[in-house]
Design a protein around this ligand. Sequence first.
Ligand code: SF4
Length: 730
Amino acid sequence: MLFGRNVKNPVKMADKGVVKWTYSTCGYCSTGCSIEIGSNAAGKPVSTRGVGGADVNRGKLCLKGIFEYQVFEAPGRGEKPMMRNGIHEPYRSVNWDQALDKMASEIKRIQRSYGRDSFAIVSTGQLLTEEFYTLGKLARGVIGSNNYDGNTTLCMASAVSGYKRSFGSDGPPGCYEDFEHTDCLIAWGSNLPEQHPIIYWRLKEALEKRKFPLIVVDPRVTMLAQFADIHLAITPGTDVVLQNALIHVILAEGLEDRDYIDENTTGFEELAAEVQNYDPETASKLCGIDAETIRTVARYYAKADRAMSIWTMGINQSTHGSDGVVGINNLNLVTGNIGKPGGTSLSITGQCNAMGTREWSSCSGLPGYRVLEKPEEREEIAKFWGVDPEFFPKQRGLTETDIFPAIEAGDIKGLWLVATNPMTSMPNTDRIRKTLEKLECLVVQDCYADAESNQYAHIFLPAATWAEKEGVFTNTERRVNITRQVKAPYADSKSDLEIFNLLAKRFEQGQKIEFPERPSEVFEEMKQLSKGRLCDISGMSHDLIEQKRGIQWPYTEDQAKRGEKGAQRLYTEPRSFRYKDGRAKLIPLPFINDNEVPDEEYPFWLNSGRLVEHWHTRTKTGKIGNNNKFSPIPFMEMNPEAAEELGIRHQTYARAVSRRGDAVVMVMLTQRVPKNMVFIPFHFFDCVNRLTLGLLDPHSRQPAFKQQAVRIETVDQDVAARMNKASRNY
Ligand code: SF4
């Protein structure tokens, strides 16, 4: 007798005629899944599959990775360079020489007329690391504008800032394998199943092998919160209060790791004095978590042999984002949970190469985690590149979120956007629209010509995407992995590396500096500059990276000679932090509530976040049928009780209104949000970011996307449906 699957029809996979599989790394999120792209006999990518022997994903992919082969020929790809004199004129196609000559002459004209910093550059977390390094060389060493940043300021800037303040350097200390060793895990504002599905699968697998408490801090009952042992539905923007209260309990009950604190930290007395103000009862009134639960969580965390915290945008996208990261580090330092298996702080990064831009793009300084503020580091890079050290500014310029106000103020006249789409991603997009309209020259370099920001550009440069080029990404756990080229760039597009190199040659200084053409040659330069740095990659090569399915940094030449693995963790030795004395800083965090909070006129918290089907501003996933069909339109999660009071029904349209603007969205009634909160995904154009305020964190300059106030109104359903249909007809 046949049982089970033997009596069922076997699942038949369509034969796509794959004749070759090419190794690559997923180009969406920072999980860093190893992926193979299948090409047919004509060389066309027709399939993608996970790589079984890769440690990160062990053969698995999420929905985005599974259909990623479709990005190459998705509608809207940029085919040819385009130019126009004014943004109300139609574009005309031009050749590359015409576009780049015009771009170079506009940069020179603007810098001559208004000063070097009047031309700004904003890039992304999506380029290959070799491209980031080259863009940094061009921006810092040739164009010489100090107003150069990446869109990672919208995403990971608070993590960078918090790591630097606590440990003396950026660089996540932990890794995914820590899930398999930990005895208690707190996820702060991190909805892994939707944001990073494969990291979630690693966590779940670890939980199935060895049960440990999973505690989720999130104002919303997210998918991860539904799986948690304890869900702390915190009042938005008050994570620092909860962190201080947890440390208060730990110190009051003598649960701290005194030996670790004495050996490895400074600032304990100041921190202890500050947390005195946050007894659980007082903290409860501010953060909305009852006092007994605060005590319980503090005991679980401190009594665990090994405890770890992970976090994502729920911490970073806040006016207290950097403090929230420092608060997590404080908690781990007082409990001795840094640098040991299962005991760590681990930021779950956003874009596939947000880490690569942090390490090598020179956005916030100079390559290899060097800073402009140190003369010896300016000298070192100037000598290596062959430029005058005096050409470099002596401190960092404006971040992305300060560049747009500087355009408004008339200080910046030209802007180059590289693979970023602020018309959808920045807070208060109506203001961004007016800002972009003021520019004398806007250049958009993107794989997709229909990225919304391109409506305001004078020059469009079509870029190759993902595996149309070759180079490396660094993932959340510092693993450098390679993308191999599977096909030539689409139509007349070029790799970002080639575009940077061609532009460099149009400047006198760019002709004197060497700009290698091949990604492997650029990687060799980076290796030399990395020697002795925290992010040392000198033992790596493109081939070795592919062979090992990714290598974690630091990875020195000696480690390579000994055939070792890359470093799984940082700060494993006593006093190995990056401050001169080797100690981490415990930093007191007084809490001042400076968010926009609900009131009578705007009674709901507005929260925003991601969906599993989509990637950022949908320039890619909005065109891929199997991603888009599950989430084709924006929607708003609303609590049924609140909706009933306003006469709003499930699956009808409603208008969310803030002090900045409004957005009409379909209502989804759910208990996932409390009665005084609504949630809208952030991926859609002309939607949630018409409402957001985007107050900035004082340390990281990252916007608070998740804490603002709105009111909800009913709308004429027929009009709303027509508007919605029209907005989808691109
Ligand atoms: Fe790609 Fe991230 Fe999905 Fe992995 S989890 S397949 S890296 S989008």
